[in-house]
Design a protein around this ligand. Structure first.
Ligand SMILES: Nc1ncnc2c1ncn2[C@@H]1O[C@H](COP(=O)(O)OP(=O)(O)OP(=O)(O)O)[C@@H](O)[C@H]1O
Ligand SMILES: [Mg+2]
Length: 385
């Protein structure tokens, strides 16, 4: 038995939920061969026991088929996240982790990224919610093809809408189509609180939150309402976009939100007819910024017509074309994000105590421009509507 033969056998084992095999993913860490006996060490990124079980069975079968006799498969996996280890204020305690997706600029692809990352996380076997917290310009319903679906009301709570294996909620699903609303600071805070408190989210592994562009009231309120486990910055490669992305990264630091990474979107263009790659906005320019903030670029997503078409027609590329280059990159980014979240939890989780409003009791937090204190009524009112 040779190492090549073992590797060839193991490369027939696809990682559950993905199209790539465990060798290509780099999960096979060690191979020991003694005559026809084989011992392999596989290091996987999912904590779901079914994933390890499936890999064990398939790897054993493939190695047997290749002629191995005694087979030992050692699999190491990250610890199953128990209850979130995070502390501080949490108005949606049934949700174990929160992922905030931000950008300095509008139109760089936050919503597209949120949708495809949420779907990719769900494909890993996680229970995922997607909250469209872009109250000014909710686009998620169209991107998921649920713009005509009205959510079900249960008592004074609202059930999230189900789409592509996700639980979803958006201001776009709560208001009439095309209706534009002018939001003031205090209203934004209330809306964010209600999205967390009054939507009947299940016990989610992670809630992916698509934020409005910039660093404003919505971001602050979210960070004060729930312990945000990780932040992700979406940027395009142009210098002007990078400048704004720095503000998002600074905001994460100020809000004590661990930075999971940067996604460089619209990074090059792959021509659909020739497959040739063109550099349009530049490419790879986010790398130095990532280093500066001690984080990494977890994906470079090219401009692909199928991404835009998927967004417009409610058919996300990660679901509809899982074999496309972009879908694979989203999947890898989602793996990295989940590994990061598990690492944060293993190290004790996050704590949002330090970002709570400091307004003395009796003073309206809203009048100071800070976020509301813990509300005592069900409506999340801070008394300044
Ligand atoms: N990699 C890509 N390739 C092709 N089209 C893309 C890509 N990323 C985003 N788009 C398209 O660009 C447009 C803007 O993307 P999106 O709505 O996700 O940005 P956003 O940052 O959420 O914008 P806003 O700030 O307005 O909320 C959409 O039409 C989307 O389909
Ligand atoms: Mg958007």
């Amino acid at each position: 038995m040779s190492e090549e033969k073992v590797k060839a056998a193991l490369s027939k084992v696809t990682y559950p939920g993905f199209t790539k095999d465990i060798v290509t993913f780099g999960f096979v860490k060690d191979i020991k061969i003694n005559g026809e006996d084989v011992e392999v060490h596989i290091d996987i990124t999912s904590s779901a026991p079914e994933v390890a079980q499936q890999i064990r069975e398939e790897a054993t079968e493939e190695l047997k088929r290749a002629g191995a006799q005694n087979i030992i498969i050692n699999i190491t996996a990250p610890q199953m996240p128990k209850e979130s280890s995070s502390r501080g204020k949490n108005i949606a305690p049934q949700i174990k982790n929160f992922l905030m997706i931000s950008s300095g600029k509008g139109g760089v692809g936050k919503s597209t990224t949120s949708v495809n990352i949420a779907i990719s996380l769900a494909k890993q076997g996680l229970k995922v919610g997607l909250l469209d917290a872009d109250i000014y310009g909710p686009n998620i319903p169209r991107m998921l093809g649920i713009e005509d679906i009205k959510p079900e009301v249960q008592g004074n709570k609202v059930l999230p809408i189900k789409a592509y294996g996700l639980e979803v909620m958006s201001m776009g699903s709560l208001m009439e189509q095309g209706q534009s609303l002018i939001w003031r600071g205090a209203m934004i805070m209330k809306a964010i609180e209600q999205f967390l408190r009054d939507i009947l989210w299940s016990e989610l592994d992670v809630l992916v939150i698509d934020m409005p562009p910039g660093t404003g009231d919505a971001q602050l309120t979210l960070a004060q309402s729930v312990p945000v486990t990780a932040g992700l910055v979406v940027t395009t490669p142009q210098t002007v976009s990078l400048d704004d992305s720095r503000r998002s990264l600074d905001m994460f630091k100020k809000l004590h939100i661990p930075i999971a990474g940067i996604i460089e979107n619209m990074s090059g263009f792959i021509a659909p007819d020739t497959g040739k790659e063109y550099d349009i906005f530049g490419k790879g320019t986010s790398e130095p910024m990532a280093k500066e903030y001690d984080t990494e670029v977890i994906a470079e997503i090219p401009i692909e017509p199928a991404i835009r078409e998927g967004g417009d027609s409610g058919k996300p590329i990660s679901f509809v074309y899982p074999d496309s280059e972009s879908a694979k990159r989203y999947a890898q980014a989602a793996e990295k994000i989940w590994n990061f979240i598990e690492k944060i939890n293993a190290e004790g989780g996050v704590d949002n105590e330090a970002v709570q409003p400091t307004t003395p009791p009796g003073v309206s937090a809203c009048s100071t421009g800070a976020a509301p204190q813990q509300s005592h009524s069900g409506g999340g009112s801070c008394g300044c509507s």
